[in-house]
Write a protein that binds this ligand. Structure first.
Ligand code: GMT
Length: 388
């Protein structure tokens, strides 16, 4: 017998949520992911309130149901140092109470989950639940640091759910902290924007014609090992046919002397305009990443989405992202990295095939349609569950 759809069944569609997202605003994977997630959630009907000390770089404030609350860093002559955690907690508590937020989704345990914990204490009954997403540094850099370890552990234990962006980071987190609850692994996603310029136009603007263009995108922090990036370039047999484009989210000046030492001046272009990745990536022929730690590698995923072959070290969560759709080498094996680049320069067909495999993998596993519902499920789970 056919079951008739009743109005009761229809009304079971869960109501939209009110979500507070706290993230760093600058160019860096966590802020970019948090912005993309908030944007997708708002497009799905949820209301999203962002908290940060500046507008996240890729946040479009004209989109419906998106709000931004700027938190002024506390400067008071009574204090020896500026303070962000307390003003952030106060702002989150104020908006959380006023808007009746369901969830605080914080990206980074310190200081964001600590601020969320304080905000929850300030609000009291009916306070938003706390979902903390770890992106790497909390575990890999600050976790072993005795000045921060206990604060991070406290923030995680007091979260209603903790997520990591890769299984590798989940394992490291469980080894580093004593946690009672299961960690959810929710990988990052990316939605490529349409290029606004043609490949030819971008290459012309960069001053290159038929050279093989290798792209590297990062904030140039020491962990990205820009020294190794340049050394790989210096070891390729094709160095005169290759140009390296660095889309820099941080200062390149510290690496200028190495550029001269390796004889690479004229071979490396640096642009501090990483917002326009959708124009630069189609203009490139491959991506090169030399980080010594990388819990996920959002830039690598962005490169795959544009069908470009990737050469990287097999560290952290990178192999979970690329699987067999990239050239991965043991950390520090510069000769092998240079040799992979040479193969790509010598065979455009090899690059095309590898790039296509990467694009298919990215589109199969790392789209908003696959990932955003996983966060929605965590939000709904914590909202309905009672904390012990
Ligand atoms: O890598 C950075 O310097 C930036 C950092 C961040 O916090 O934005 O990136 C981390 O989060 C990204 C988004 O989840 C990941 O793709 C990066 O792999 C991760 N960085 C590290 O683990 C070093």
């Amino acid at each position: 017998m056919a079951v008739r759809q009743t109005s009761d069944a229809v009304s079971k569609v869960p109501p939209p949520l009110k979500i507070g997202i706290t993230c760093f605003p600058l160019i860096g994977g966590s802020g970019i992911l948090a912005t993309a997630l908030g944007t997708e959630l708002a497009a799905r009907g949820h209301t999203v309130h962002f908290f940060s000390y500046a507008k996240p770089v890729r946040l479009d404030l004209s989109a419906p149901r998106i709000h931004f609350h700027e938190v002024a860093v506390g400067q008071n002559s009574l204090f020896p140092c500026p303070d962000y955690t307390l003003p952030l907690a106060v702002k989150m508590a104020e908006i959380g109470r006023q808007e009746g937020l369901d969830v605080f989704h914080v990206h980074y345990a310190v200081p964001h989950a600590t601020a969320a914990f304080l905000a929850r204490e300030m609000i009291g009954d009916g306070a938003p639940k706390i979902v903390t997403t770890l992106h790497g540094t909390d575990t890999t850099l600050l976790g072993p640091n005795p000045q921060y370890r206990a604060a991070i552990e406290h923030a995680l234990v007091n979260s209603d759910a903790v997520t990591t962006v890769s299984d590798s980071l989940r394992q490291q987190t469980e080894q580093t902290f004593r946690l009672h609850e299961q960690i959810h692994v929710i990988p990052n996603f990316f939605t490529p924007a349409k290029p606004t310029k043609s490949r030819e136009e971008v290459r012309r603007e960069l001053g290159i014609s038929d050279e093989f263009l290798v792209v590297h995108m990062s904030n140039l922090r020491p962990v990205k090992r820009i020294d190794l990036l340049l050394r790989v370039m210096a070891q390729t047999s094709n160095r005169d046919r290759i140009r390296l484009l660095i889309l820099a989210g941080g200062p390149f000046a510290p690496y200028e002397p190495l550029l001269d030492e390796l004889g690479l001046r004229g071979h490396v272009l640096v642009r501090e305009d990483a917002a326009a990745v959708e124009n630069y990536l189609p203009a490139a022929d491959a991506g090169l990443y030399t980080s010594e730690k990388e819990s996920f590698g959002l830039s690598i995923l962005e490169t795959l989405f544009f069908g470009k072959p990737v050469v990287a070290f097999r560290i952290g969560g990178i192999s979970e992202v690329v699987h067999d759709a990239a050239f991965l080498h043991e950390f520090g094996d510069i000769a092998a990295m240079a040799s992979s680049l040479d193969q790509l320069v010598d065979s455009s067909e090899l690059g095309r095939q590898m790039g296509e495999r990467g694009r298919q993998r990215a589109e199969k596993y790392f789209t908003a349609a696959n990932i955003v519902p996983q966060y929605e499920a965590v939000y709904r789970e914590v909202i309905t569950s009672q904390r012990a």
